[in-house]
Design a protein around this ligand. Structure first.
Ligand code: NOJ
Ligand code: CA
Length: 562
């Protein structure tokens, strides 16, 4: 039944030209406001040379898949040379590709092939820290008078111990003693990830040159890693200690003096100027606690990040219409362009967080229908479109992510959400003919791209339909968001409204059948029925607005006219 509606929503719009255009519609929207982004963890996407690790040529071989899915931009997590202590988030050369992922020539080929298909590439910019094997740090630690000594945060011991009480988010003190030069260096993350000193203008200039270098290679923007940790208190004041211990056994503390310092915004404004010269987008890894914090990252004059990532959905831990309604309304009123994320390489996959074990596929479709129909830009995570689940390690000795070894068993690390993409039902899910760097879960036999392409009611087909609809519907591209039936505890409903057209989205978040009715008169729509666009349970082509029946966890999306 579902496939009956596919014909109604075939994707016709495309960004055929990737010239340095600005607004893409009469509303003044930019390309990134109409784009669907897709995060690729390169180790795990597709292995072209069968060494068990994904690579750039592997990504290139899947561009047609991404195009047919409806993806406009891919964000590739770090693929630069790196000792891989933090799987690429410890960069030892910002202007190259790690041999395990390929070469710069491979990158250029990928970039060109993607552009030919109207797909842009976003690189991950690890701004806060480098690898301890970066030439800058090797020089910096070589002596107290080294040319780059001040490129990092070196400080004397205090009372024969660390300069202050700051702890690393990855466990242990945030300071490591360097016996050779007799000082501590600072690292918000692992000791192998020393923090750059962003107060040094030479660091600022070198890092800005990196962005220009990649823009010249054709990248369309950056995802800014750990951006709120760029600056630290110059007086190194102790953070306030909070009750309890973290997962690594360290005291909890409020990061008052080593995160979210106001100086971050000066750097963001500068980065934005360079981005604007390149028609590029800046996406921020911004862990904001509420909308007032989120607002700051757009900039007072909308001159900072175009897309600060809003992770608030990832903090909603159950299918609660009231909670989602609250989060959507808050973000929608923040003044900037909303960004929605369900999962990424640091967060347990959404299918596991919301799944009940019995209706996981229906719930995956429900969540997709939610965040792909909201006003704003979604950032998908590879594998989400087939309903991939976590495959968490069960034994400490199997853990690859260092935080999982340090924090075991409470913190199992992030391996579970980083497993190989499941392409088909052949060994290793078609990801590699070698030994995959992380094991594929047994569910790959049915949860895989090839099988789901053949099944008209699969999670993948729902994603394809939703993405097609997003690209062609003016109401979904440009319309406002109007919450409906706000007291309904089971069904989340809203209208996306643009001039004479509107799309009604109705999501049954409960395990029971539900009946809903709508009066859209106050919203300027007098129609009594709605034309079905996407539905995950059998319905007719037109449905009465006064009697809409929904099966458990089902989705109904329809077009409403005046
Ligand atoms: C955030 C990244 O998403 C995460 O994977 C990484 O470990 C830290 N930043 C450090 O770069
Ligand atoms: Ca490989």
């Amino acid at each position: 039944m579902f496939c009956k509606f596919l014909g109604l929503i075939l994707f016709v719009g495309c960004f055929c030209s990737l010239v340095q255009s600005q607004a893409v519609d009469a509303e003044g929207h930019q390309w990134w406001q109409h784009a669907v982004f897709y995060e690729i963890y390169p180790r795990s996407f597709m292995d072209s040379n069968n060494d068990g690790i994904g690579d750039l040529n592997g990504i290139a071989s899947k561009l047609d898949y991404l195009k047919s899915l409806g993806i406009d931009a891919i964000w590739i997590t770090p693929c630069y040379p790196s000792p891989q202590v933090d799987f690429g988030y410890d960069v030892s050369d910002y202007e190259n590709i790690d041999p395990m992922y390929g070469t710069l020539a491979d990158f250029d080929r990928l970039q060109k092939a993607a552009a030919q298909r109207g797909i842009r590439i976003i690189m991950d910019f690890v701004m806060n820290h480098t690898s301890d094997q970066h030439a800058w740090f090797l020089d910096s630690r070589s002596s107290r008078t080294a040319a780059k000594r001040d490129w990092y945060m070196w400080h004397d011991a205090k009372d024969s111990a660390e300069p202050n009480n700051w702890v690393s988010i990855f466990g242990g003190p945030a300071w490591t003693w360097d016996a050779k030069t007799g000082q501590y260096y600072y690292h918000y993350f692992y000791p192998q990830q020393p923090d750059l000193n962003w107060r040094n203008p030479a660091v600022h200039d070198a890092m800005f040159d990196v962005t220009r270098w990649w823009y010249q290679r054709g990248v369309a923007g950056f995802r800014l890693d750990a951006v709120d940790t760029l600056f630290e208190d110059p007086e190194l004041r102790n953070n306030p200690v909070l009750p309890g211990k973290d997962k690594f056994g360290d005291p909890n503390e409020e990061n008052l003096y080593n995160a979210k310092l106001p100086e971050v915004h000066v750097v963001l404004r500068d980065l934005r100027k360079v981005a604007d010269q390149n028609n590029a987008v800046l996406i921020g890894e911004t862990w904001t606690k509420d909308v007032s914090e989120l607002k700051q990252y757009y900039g007072e004059h909308s001159d900072e990040l175009q897309m600060p990532m809003d992770f608030m959905f990832t903090t909603v831990d159950r299918l609660s219409p009231a909670e989602f309604r609250r989060q959507i309304a808050a973000v929608d009123s923040a003044g900037g362009w909303p960004v929605f994320v369900l999962s990424n390489h640091d967060i347990v996959r959404a299918s596991v967080r919301y799944g009940d074990g019995k209706n996981n596929q229906a719930i995956a479709k429900l969540m997709a229908s939610l965040y792909l129909t909201l006003r704003g830009t979604p950032i998908m995570y590879y594998g989400e479109e087939i309903g991939m689940v976590n495959n968490d390690p069960v034994r400490k000795e199997d853990v690859k992510d260092p935080i999982g070894r340090v924090g075991w068993p409470e913190e199992k690390g992030r391996d579970g959400e980083r497993t190989p993409m499941q392409w088909d039902d052949s060994p290793n899910a078609g990801f590699t003919r070698g030994t995959p760097w992380l094991p594929v879960p047994l569910s790959y036999k049915t949860v895989n791209v090839a099988s789901e392409l053949k099944d008209s009611s699969s999670v993948l087909q729902v994603y394809k339909s939703l993405l097609a609809l997003r690209h062609e519907s003016r109401a979904l591209l440009d319309g406002d968001y109007v919450a409906l039936n706000q007291n309904d505890a089971n069904v989340l409903s809203y209208l996306r409204r643009y001039k004479n057209e509107a799309v009604l989205v109705v999501l049954n978040m409960s395990s029971h059948p539900q009946q809903v009715s709508f009066d859209l008169g106050p919203q300027g729509f007098s129609a009594k029925s709605v034309r079905t666009l996407v539905a995950t349970a059998p319905v007719s082509k037109a449905v009465s607005l006064s009697h809409l029946s929904l099966q458990p966890f089902s989705v109904y999306i329809g077009a409403v006219s005046k």
